[in-house]
Design a protein. Structure first.
Length: 23
């Protein structure tokens, strides 16, 4: 897996967690 794609997936996970934590 390329570092760039890995970064995109990691960013998506962070956004998903932030969205789930938001009311």
């Amino acid at each position: 897996m390329s570092p760039s794609r890995r970064g995109v997936l990691q960013t998506g996970a962070v956004i998903a967690v932030a969205g789930a934590a938001a009311p």
